[in-house]
Design a protein around this ligand. Structure first.
Ligand code: SF4
Length: 408
């Protein structure tokens, strides 16, 4: 695999640059954007349906939902808005704010092009990063899209990035998901049909519209062609965002980022899963839970259960507090892990019990994702559990997994 470019901005490309093309010198204003990518073609709704079906494009926010199915679920008329979810509240992810900051016109091309094809009267962009918001607002001023485009600042809490929490903020409400799970395609912005997806999805649509399905499929997997953005962090020498073909071996990404060769790896972020050794794993959706494209490496000399406990405290603090199993269940799991770490076998038993009770009982996926992350830790770090129950693993908690707020 050839490394084609590396910038001082921690943007790196393995293989062919697409979303990150032309960013070597910095942010792409409209002139540089057009010079790099050319003018955006005007496509119809049928064109978008055909293209996204042909390449099997999936949303890049975490759920990996097929874009073509989302388009097909929209009614033929009365689509209220196209919503760009740039909340990126997973604390490790950097890719969406990077696109908004460095390649705002690519994101706008994808959103505006689709809105026009759907006859939607407006594009609404939710952003929680100050630099990203400034960049996208400046980009809107450079263009003449003849369409209402609004940028709304959202809070940085984990659940504030959930689709229905984003819609609530855009409507002037609180940044929490409402009680019922309803598809935005049916009842979205002001309960009207809405196409909502994350920032990278719109950038991918802009690239797909220009390249067409054949050229778009010239890299990556046959089943999910194209490239993907990955945020690599933790115990790596070169953290940052990497654009790589879909299906790239995880081992290649880790080597390129300078990860240790002997530590465990978390993929998919703090709703993701642990892998003891990444041998033979290829990064593609939906076979591997890549989520929002996050890869976190640990060293073998840091206590993984202690690292997980730090993240569990943060996850519990992010509950919106409106669903009992989430509010009390995640808090109980933090306590369970705390007791397990200090050698109490009841902590392990209670964790197993609570992990069976929490999923599927909240109004959003936060408890499910948090439980998945913790259950995966207990499974993969079984030997570490035994060591703690026998008196301790002897390793320090080095704080290699980033958590906001300074949890120790
Ligand atoms: S499950 Fe948790 S985070 Fe989700 S809405 Fe309920 S209380 Fe809030």
């Amino acid at each position: 695999m050839t490394i084609l470019q590396e910038t001082p901005l921690q943007l790196r490309v393995i293989g062919e640059p697409r979303l990150l093309a032309g960013l070597r010198e910095g942010r792409a204003d409209l002139q540089r954007h057009l010079w790099t990518h050319g003018a955006a073609p005007e496509l119809t709704r049928a064109d978008y349906a055909d293209l996204t079906t042909a390449v099997g494009l999936r949303g890049r926010g975490g759920a990996a939902f097929p874009v073509a199915l989302k388009l097909a679920d929209l009614p033929q008329r009365g689509i209220e808005a196209v919503v760009v979810n740039g909340s990126e509240s997973e604390p490790v992810s950097r890719k969406d704010r990077l696109l908004l900051t460095m390649a705002p016109h690519l994101v706008l091309d994808g959103a505006v092009g689709l809105a026009k094809a759907l006859n939607a009267p407006q594009v609404l962009i939710a952003v929680h990063d100050g630099a990203a918001a400034t960049s996208i607002r400046a980009a809107i001023q450079e263009r003449q899209d003849h369409l209402r485009i609004e940028v709304t600042d959202t809070p940085g809490r984990f659940v504030a990035g959930e689709a229905r929490a984003v819609l609530s903020v855009l409507e002037g409400g609180p940044a929490v998901p409402p009680g019922r799970r309803v598809l935005p395609t049916r009842k979205g912005y002001h309960k009207r049909p809405t196409f909502l997806s994350n920032v990278e999805t719109f950038a991918q649509l802009a690239v797909l519209a220009r390249l067409g399905s054949h050229q778009f499929s010239s890299t990556g997997l046959i089943s999910e062609p194209g490239t993907q953005l990955l945020t690599v962090d933790g115990a790596v020498q070169r953290p940052g965002v990497i654009e790589a073909p879909t299906g790239i071996p995880l081992e290649t990404v880790l080597q390129y980022a300078g990860a240790p060769t002997d530590g465990p790896v978390l993929i998919g972020g703090y709703h993701g899963q642990w892998l003891p050794r990444p041998d033979g794993i290829k990064l593609s959706r939906p076979e591997v839970p890549v989520g929002a494209g996050i890869v976190l490496a640990l060293t073998a000399d840091s206590c993984p259960l202690g690292e997980v406990h730090r993240v569990a405290q943060w996850l519990a603090s992010q509950s919106a507090g409106q669903c009992g199993p989430c509010l009390f269940g995640l808090g109980a799991l933090v306590d369970d892990f705390s007791r397990l770490l200090s050698g109490d076998p009841a902590g392990w038993h209670d964790a197993q019990r609570h992990l069976g009770l929490v999923p599927g009982r909240g109004a959003c996926a936060h408890p499910d994702g948090s439980a998945r992350f913790l259950a995966s830790a207990l499974e993969v770090f079984g030997e570490d559990v035994r060591q703690h129950l026998a008196g301790g693993c002897g390793r320090a908690v080095r704080g290699l997994l980033p958590v906001p707020g300074g949890i120790r």
